[in-house]
Design a protein around this ligand. Structure first.
Ligand SMILES: Nc1ncnc2c1ncn2[C@@H]1O[C@H](COP(=O)(O)OP(=O)(O)O)[C@@H](O)[C@H]1O
Ligand SMILES: [Mg+2]
Length: 376
């Protein structure tokens, strides 16, 4: 099996000296036992490698001074598939190996917010042609844009993105994106409106659409295989275990603060990458956060790693209330919670303090550790 993928030729094999081969790196991770070999991932890597080779060639001095008909030759890539199939992992691999300087990787949520903020600013200044201005601004600094978790649900956004992407493609910006859905299935509201169809057509014409039919939901395989996802007491072992979970689930993304925008406010997280967030009880429950913040968090992430849950008593009633709201939101949105606490889940709540809502929270916390919940 392993041999087969080593000998399979990519269209541009032999030109990899300009940049390290993605397949080489993938093979190394398999050999080191970091990941399992998956033929569907290798197939997708061939497309990414081909694009990488083209972008490396384009990186040669003076390329972007060529007539635009030549500078826009690279096709974008749209990878879609079920969750946990390795889409983000492959995109990260591609991004890290891409030699061009003017590249940017961003969560799609963040990008859309930026687009709206730009439009707002531009309109206040009463300037014309927002989309052309925005495309020019993006293209000035970014020749490769990588989006994780692309999804467009409403027609208004589809119209903006249709115009923006058309212009970006004309300027030669290449987009690599991951999504849970094929472009044809992006619109979920029944009959697809004409304006949305136009955007779908643009995506399909400008990008190679690749389905990643990998063998498993690898995230689930990893978590089910993990000894546990609830750690106590709050000692060094627990804190190292949570950091290790974050590294494993994000392919070793750096631990740097992440800001989530909610209704114009900033919610700070210890770190976040793709659909995994690392945060603390202080950040989530000792700040004045409310249901809107928790909703935004559970909509943005599929795994939340939370450290430092205390035992609840008379002196932390407000924190307990917030924690309960947060756990409800996580539970209803089927988000996976990995956490560390002062005591076991059963001991978190003390009957004497009569905070009955915590009974439900504890019961949910226990259920959220079960294989049944993880597989839902
Ligand atoms: N072939 C593989 N073998 C083992 N683990 C994998 C493999 N591919 C992906 N993973 C792991 O599975 C988890 C989910 O991968 P990710 O790329 O986030 O999936 P997706 O973006 O498709 O939801 C990550 O922790 C990743 O490192
Ligand atoms: Mg992903």
């Amino acid at each position: 099996m392993f041999k087969k993928f080593l000998t399979k030729k990519t269209p541009n094999q032999g030109k990899h000296d300009a940049c390290e081969s993605l397949l080489g790196e993938y093979r190394q991770r398999v050999e080191q036992g970091v990941i399992d070999y998956d033929p569907a991932q290798v197939e997708a890597l061939h497309y990414l490698q081909e694009l990488l080779d083209k972008l490396s060639a384009e990186k040669r001095p003076g390329y972007f001074n060529l007539p635009s008909s030549r500078a826009k030759s690279s096709k974008s890539i749209y990878i879609y598939g079920e969750v946990g199939r390795g889409k983000s992992m492959l995109m990260d691999l591609f991004y890290d190996h891409c030699p061009i300087q003017q590249k940017r990787r961003v969560h799609f949520h963040t990008f859309i917010l930026e687009v709206h903020e730009f439009s707002h600013r531009w309109r206040q200044e009463k300037k014309q042609d927002i989309i052309h201005a925005l495309a020019a601004e993006i293209n000035a600094t970014t020749k490769l844009l990588c989006f994780d978790e692309f999804h467009v649900i409403d027609v208004a956004n589809a119209v903006i993105l249709d115009r923006l992407f058309s212009r970006l493609f004309e300027l030669g910006t290449v987009i690599v994106t991951t999504s849970n859905r094929h472009p044809d299935d992006l619109y979920q509201g029944g009959l697809v409106p004409e304006l949305f169809l136009k955007f779908i057509k643009l995506l399909k014409a400008s990008a190679d659409v690749i389905e990643l039919v990998a063998k498993h939901d690898y995230r689930l395989t990893r978590l089910s295989g993990a000894e546990k996802i609830y750690f106590f007491p709050l000692d060094e072992h627990a804190s190292l275990a949570l950091e290790q979970c974050y590294r494993e689930l994000t392919h070793s993304a750096p631990l740097k603060p992440f800001t989530l925008k909610v209704l114009g406010r900033n919610v700070m997280l210890r770190a976040a990458h793709a659909d995994v967030a690392l945060t603390t009880f202080d950040e989530m429950c000792r700040q004045p956060l409310g249901p809107a913040d928790y909703l935004k968090i559970v909509q943005s992430f599929r795994v939340v790693i939370l450290s430092g849950i205390p035992k609840f008593g008379f002196d932390n009633h407000d924190e307990a209330k917030r924690f309960s709201t947060f756990v409800d939101a996580l539970y209803f949105h089927k988000v996976i919670l990995i956490c560390s606490a002062e005591v076991s889940a059963r001991e978190l709540y003390d009957e004497n303090i009569r905070a009955f809502f915590l009974k439900r929270t504890v019961s949910r916390l226990i259920e959220m550790q079960s294989d049944y919940y993880l597989k839902r």
